[in-house]
Structure formats: structure tokens, C-alpha cells
Design a protein around this ligand. Structure first.
Ligand SMILES: NC(=O)c1ccc[n+]([C@@H]2O[C@H](COP(=O)([O-])OP(=O)(O)OC[C@H]3O[C@@H](n4cnc5c(N)ncnc54)[C@H](OP(=O)(O)O)[C@@H]3O)[C@@H](O)[C@H]2O)c1
Length: 231
């Protein structure tokens, strides 16, 4: 008789910010289907509650107390934290010359401060598991376009990923920047621009692949466009 035993315990545990819609929601669904324990955050409680099979942790990703509470609640519920995924984010979809300053402030805080606070809050628990951090950046964090402050926030996420990697790699913690091109999600209030677009499930699959790397393998930067997206 073969002595081989396939051990699946302990179940991997993932906390996703912005898990109530789009990429975050698709990832939650994918990881639950893969047998992981998943916790999701988002501000709109009713929308969050519609995500099945996960721990719902309503909260704002720019509020450090809320982020810390989400980490603490995840560890309390599941006993460990293996992965955090910073997906919460949005775009004002306009230029600096036309933008509303308050919306601009919100976007900078959500897209830049939010992921940084998640790293800070989760790091003690991730050191325990030698876990992984995934930051959802964007192709816009690798190219320039005029007056595009969303792009500026995503350049900051590109930088945050590499400087976080350097900060935590000695702790055995991995850091992956996933930089999507166009994805057809509610991120685009009027639908994505004409042309090809990925689905949330496509990017969820890429993130799940990064998370599933064997111990000792740290995928750092993945840029994913729909075939045919020119820029
Ligand atoms: N869609 C694309 O084409 C595309 C391309 C490249 C990169 N991205 C990036 O992918 C990430 C996910 O976007 P998506 O396409 O999945 O958009 P989405 O469908 O609009 O989802 C955004 C999620 O973030 C949450 N969120 C927003 N602000 C938050 C805050 N302050 N605190 C907590 N949660 C917050 C939203 O829930 P609440 O509003 O209820 O809080 C929602 O769950 C973003 O970082 C975006 O920049 C998207």
C-alpha cells in the first residue's frame, strides 16, 4: 500500500480588500471554490453580504483601525492569515484639469494609502505563516497619459510593491504586483472603452496562480492585458 497522504490542512486563508465587486469578488469566489477560507472587506454592507461563503468585514480600506480590525477578525475566525490582496480601488476617469479635488483626495487615499495600511496591519500575521501580499496595480502604473492622476496612484502601487518586497523578503513573505489592463467590471461606470477587455475571472485566475506558487517561489510583477489592447 502506498504511504502517500495528501495533506490539505491547514486551509489557506486570504483577506481581500474590495471583495464585494469586480476582481475582488471574482477572486473570493475562485478561492472559495478552491477550498480556501476567505474574508472580504468593502464599504457597502449590503453589497458585501451578497458574496457567498466568506467572512464579511465591512470597512473602509483607508481607515487603519478598520483594516487592523479586519486582519484581527480574520485570524480570530480562521486561526491564521496566509494571504492579503489589496484590490479596493477606483478611478475618477477624468483629467487633473477637470477633476473634483475631494474625489481626487479619495482616489489617492484609496489607491495608495489603502494598500500601504493593509501591508502594515497584516505583516505580523503574515510573518507567522510566511505568507503572501498581492497588490492590484494597473497597466496605468507602467505607462503615462496626460493629466491622469489614476495613473499616478498606480505608479505609486508599482513602487509600493517593490519597496514592500524589499522590506519583507527577509521574513519569508512574498509580494506580487498584479497589473491588469482593461477588465470588464463596475470600475467602468459606463462599461469599458471599446475594444478587448478581460473578465474579473481572468484576473482572479492570475492572482490565484500567484498565490499557489510553492514555498520559496515569489512571483513579483505580472502585467496582464487582454489580447489586442494596444497601450
Ligand atoms: N477594471 C479595470 O479595468 C482595472 C484595470 C486595472 C486595475 N484595476 C484595479 O483593480 C482593482 C479592483 O477594481 P475592480 O475593477 O474590481 O472595480 P470594482 O468592481 O469597482 O470594485 C472595487 C471594489 O473596491 C471596493 N472599494 C472601493 N473603495 C473602497 C474603500 N475605500 N474601502 C474598501 N473598499 C473599497 C468596492 O466596494 P465599496 O464601494 O462598497 O467599498 C468594490 O468592492 C482596483 O484597484 C482597480 O484600480 C481595475
Amino acid at each position: 500500500m502506498s504511504g502517500y497522504v495528501h495533506t490539505v490542512w491547514p486551509v489557506k486563508t486570504t483577506l481581500i480588500t474590495g471583495g464585494s465587486s469586480g476582481i475582488g469578488a471574482a477572486l473570493a469566489k475562485r478561492l472559495v471554490a478552491d477550498g480556501q477560507a476567505v474574508a472580504v472587506t468593502g464599504r457597502d454592507k449590503a453589497r458585501l453580504a451578497r458574496i457567498p461563503g466568506v467572512l464579511h468585514l465591512p470597512g473602509d480600506s483607508t481607515d487603519y483601525d478598520a483594516v487592523l480590525d479586519a486582519v484581527t477578525a480574520t485570524v480570530k475566525e480562521y486561526g491564521r492569515l496566509d494571504h492579503v490582496v489589496a484590490s479596493a480601488g477606483f478611478a475618477t476617469h477624468d483629467r487633473l484639469t477637470e477633476t473634483d479635488p475631494d474625489r481626487l483626495r479619495d482616489m489617492i487615499l484609496t489607491n495608495v494609502l489603502g494598500p500601504a495600511l493593509l501591508v502594515k496591519a497584516a505583516l505580523p500575521a503574515l510573518r507567522e505563516t510566511r505568507g503572501r501580499i498581492v497588490l492590484v496595480g494597473s497597466v496605468a502604473g507602467f505607462i503615462h497619459s496626460p493629466g491622469n492622476m489614476y495613473s499616478v496612484t498606480k505608479w505609486a502601487v508599482t513602487a509600493l510593491a517593490e519597496n514592500t518586497r524589499m522590506l519583507v523578503t527577509g521574513d519569508g513573505v512574498g509580494v506580487t504586483l498584479i497589473a491588469p489592463g482593461r477588465v470588464d467590471t463596475p470600475f467602468w461606470p459606463d462599461g469599458p472603452p471599446a475594444g478587448p477587455a478581460l473578465s474579473g475571472d481572468d484576473i482572479a485566475g492570475t492572482i490565484a496562480w500567484g498565490l499557489a506558487q510553492p514555498p520559496g517561489v515569489d512571483v513579483n510583477t505580472v502585467v496582464v492585458r487582454p489580447t489586442g489592447q494596444p497601450t
